[in-house]
Design a protein around this ligand. Structure first.
Ligand code: PLP
Length: 348
């Protein structure tokens, strides 16, 4: 594995930023309807949200076209990724995924006693599904696919992925992380959720942190077969981690179609702006399908981050495929202008 990320050692000492573009947060959230629901439910914070959580589960099940038994809630999808890894890898085994990929599930799988079988993305940045299938062996407990992928922002064709998941899940469960799916024009069509009703052993993770702008409110869910969720829920009551007001905020967010659409459009506008500015600077970026994008930098990641942070702009830096990369999240248009100004100063 050649994937490497430069992370701040100490979040407590993280500098004050004028443009916080390092965690793929949605600068416009939470939506007005989510905020109303949050405020109106705050006084219920003395109660456990058992019954209310079921209301949210039922609403999500209806939205996804599955039964409530196919839904598992968690305080953010991180919790579901990590708990899946703990349950599946506590007796060893390997997880097959792309390299680079979103590392949260993989790191916990390793910590639990499993190992990572990385398969490089193809030259067009899509998952190498053939090579991933070939990498599966008798020790493989899970295939993890992030689509669109983080940290690259790139996409794998949904028809090919559907075919892959349908076939491969007969051998080994496939976990599809769809955190950024709703930034696509036609996200619903590209989801793998239809496989649930076909009885396939796929686990689909979704989050309220991205398009809904609720990263700090911590709500996510998994859609999977009831038997798979039973296995996961033996060691965890993931829904217990969601606060009463957050349950209501999530229900409010789901009803706010106008906010979702406006977040998506503003995100696209920011991407177009950054593309144009990077082109002016002579930088060949990787076209993105998400709320962040990557481009190569001619500087070691640590030095780059320090220079950007000194200009009060927070981004991320990675090294993969033999190159240094900056990953920048889409913030407000004003933040993106601060970002391109700072970048212009740093790369001269
Ligand atoms: N999956 C992917 C691909 C992500 O990029 C993130 C967050 O950045 C997450 C999952 C976890 O998000 P959360 O725990 O806020 O739902």
């Amino acid at each position: 594995p050649f994937f490497k990320e430069y992370l701040p050692k100490n979040f407590r000492e993280f500098p004050v930023l004028e443009a916080k573009l390092n965690a793929n947060e949605n600068p416009y959230g939470p939506s007005p309807m989510a905020l109303d629901a949050l405020k109106n439910s705050a006084s219920g914070g003395n109660r456990y949200a058992w019954k209310e959580l079921f209301q949210l589960v039922d609403k999500i099940a209806k939205f996804e076209g599955v039964t409530s038994k196919n839904i598992m809630m968690g305080p953010g999808s991180s919790d579901l990724l990590e708990k899946t890894a703990m349950v599946l890898f506590m007796n060893g085994g390997n997880v097959v995924s792309a390299d680079p990929a979103y590392m949260s599930l993989i790191r916990v799988a390793e910590a639990a006693g499993g190992s990572w079988k990385p398969v490089p993305l193809k030259d067009d940045w899509s998952h190498d599904l053939k090579a991933m299938e070939a990498a599966i062996d008798e020790e493989t407990k899970l295939v993890y696919i992030c689509n669109p992928n983080n940290p690259t922002g790139t996409i794998t064709d949904s028809k090919e992925l559907l075919d892959f998941c349908s076939r491969v899940s007969e051998k080994v469960p496939v976990f599809v992380d769809e955190a950024y799916l709703w930034f696509l024009d036609d996200g619903a069509k590209k989801s793998m959720v239809s496989l649930i009703n076909e009885g396939k052993d796929v686990i689909i993770a979704r989050t309220f942190s991205k398009i809904h702008g609720m990263a700090g409110l911590r709500v996510g869910y998994a859609v999977a077969q009831e038997a798979t969720l039973d296995k996961l829920q033996k060691i965890t009551r993931a829904g217990m981690g969601i606060s009463y007001p957050s349950v209501y905020a999530a229900m409010g967010a789901m009803d706010d179609a106008e906010f979702i659409e406006s977040s998506r459009l503003k995100n696209t506008a920011c991407r177009e702006y950054v593309y144009a500015e990077l082109t002016k600077m002579g930088i060949e970026y990787v076209p993105s399908h998400t709320s962040f994008m990557i481009f190569p930098i001619e500087m070691e990641g640590k030095e780059f981050l320090k220079k950007m942070t000194d200009l009060k702009v927070g981004v991320r830096a990675f090294n993969f495929m033999g190159k240094n990369w900056c990953r920048v999240s889409m913030g407000t248009m004003d933040e993106m202008k601060l970002f391109t100004d700072a970048l212009g100063k740093v790369i001269v």
